[in-house]
Design a protein around this ligand. Sequence first.
Ligand code: IVH
Length: 688
Amino acid sequence: MIPTSDGPAVVPSQVIRDIEELREEIRRHDQLYYTLDRPEISDTEYDRLFRRLEELEAQYPQVISPDSPTQRVGGKPLEKFEEHKHAMPMMSLSNAFDEPELYEFDARIGRALGRSNQIEYVIEPKLDGVAIELVYENGLLAIASTRGDGYTGEDVTSNIRTVKAIPLRLRAAGIFTNAPVIDVRGEVFMLRDEFARLNAARDEEGLPPFANPRNATAGSVRQLDPRTTAKRPLKFFAYGVGRVEAPLPEGQWDLLHGLHDLGLPVNLANSRLCRHTQDRTSIEVALEHFRQLEKIRHDLPYEIDGAVVKVNSLEAQTILGVKTRSPRWAVAFKFEPVQAITRILRIEIGVGRTGALTPVAVMEPVSVGGVTISRATLHNQDEIDRKDVREGDTVVIQRAGDVIPEVVSVVKDRRPDNGKPYTIPDECPVCGSHAVRPEGQVAKRCVNVSCPARLKETIRHFAARDAMDIEGLGVKLVEQLVDRNLVKDAADLYYLDEQTLAGLERMASKSASNLLDAIYGSRSVRVDRFLFALGIPLVGEHVARVLIEEFGDLDALTSAAPEELREVRGIGPEVAQSVANFFREPRNGEMIRRLLAAGIKPAPLEPVSPGPETPFSGKTVLFTGSISISRADAKKAVERLGGKVAGSVSRNTDYVVAGEDPGSKLDKAKDLGVVVLSESEFREMAGL
Ligand code: IVH
């Protein structure tokens, strides 16, 4: 990318001017083509300009700069992606699946803002691709990263630079002109027909096809060699911002135009600003546009799976604030799922991490909305009975977005004469132990805690990318390790040696040593991922993070009483019980002890980058007793100032605000030495 050999000592100033002009000309045509969708020249003419620039740069390599249009593909293949911490977390969206849910969203916002029917919304198509953040510094693309867990993603800059729709240099136009830093958020995706062409080409090369454009996009973005990515037909639409070092506009609608003015592609053509009219509320206007999008979705050159409805006013967005994973000011409104008809060949039983026996329908392959499906979950016995699903039945199946395909109903008049009702067996299909259905639960479970199927799933989960991220520990390997009794729990992984590993099938000594490196490398895991990796029933990534945010570290969590766990916001009684049960089991305690003894050092959560410094930045506040403003308003105030509100006192609590008749939490706070504030002190600090 950067020249290594020098060209002629002096570059004539006319050449420099020519080169600059050519670059500007090419950038302008890129923008006309990708952002404005109105090319002015033919491909041949464009290629001519491009070649001319390449020739001049080859002659005078010392003038090559990283933002030159010729410098999109460069650098060597990477060993692995570096991490990139987002300056502001990349959130996801909560969903609305039908009209009542959309109206409920609108009503909630009306209540929170204290006015109704006059809230402006922006509705945008929801593209089905991969979310990307582009950091532009002084107008130049500096870093591009994936969403990852929302806080930290992967640095995929060299791949994203190859996407022609993404400018390497922003134009100086519109409201964001000359912003020193702007983090642009958007979706990388693939056009339907280009996806089909890519798959046809793969087929000719004997490579497996991608299941859908989104998988193809995700695979392309995560290539270690940018030259491969460069060959993939990726496109981009920007839809938002993270950190911006420039004044913000009033609303999302102006923001989209601001991004467009910078030369970024924005899907303005299919987005609308929705204002109320005499006879319709703004949400009704949004709904009408949604129905319109639903009608044209199959005519669009790319896949969309719904629309995103956002409160237009950025000020209102700030007041509404965010939940843990998604903002309160936006909602993804999904299209109806796509359905198809096929036949069930047989019903198989899978055994999960918790021993739950899950019936799966194995079907004649069928295409549902462009994706071939041959398996669908039947959930459990109750669902099978309710729908009366039998082997040999013809069934309607559906797929909604990312959700696992499911059987909706049986076409009864096509049932074969010999069809018999299906019952999940009383034995585990893997270890033969009894399978029982505990009182009050829907799933039948294998009672054998050491059932190899359970253990395999547990280990796979432990090693998964979003958990300990042990690369190279795939399904086949886990099977061998468990079947040969080499691994009886997750901790055993850290006590394997190279010789043992090299003795396994399809394992050479090189791959054995790589795997050991990956296993050892995983020891510096972040604490919430470690907690998630343990595979505690009902503890997903999100719950794991919430628990760690509340208790600070694993030690505090393992010794928490079920009541304390229940008091945590967002943690229900079942989750609390499940966590307490897990840590109470001596075998689990022993496993954690061995994991830590093997050198696992769970790293603390990194604090999320704060906005401007305030008395509550990064602080955890707890309210007890009654104060004169509502708890909801008090909470909003703390969150607006960069703090968070906890439900229980721990060593991580910074302030306890004690109102009238405080509860036992005040005593506990005093015991722990937490700073206690009166209501008036709190109000003063919060500027209320
Ligand atoms: S806004 C805080 N707008 O949908 C708001 N997202 O679950 C976050 N997406 O990961 C996103 N089109 O990749 C937004 N017009 C749009 C979008 C969009 C697609 C994706 C995005 C995000 C996911 C949300």
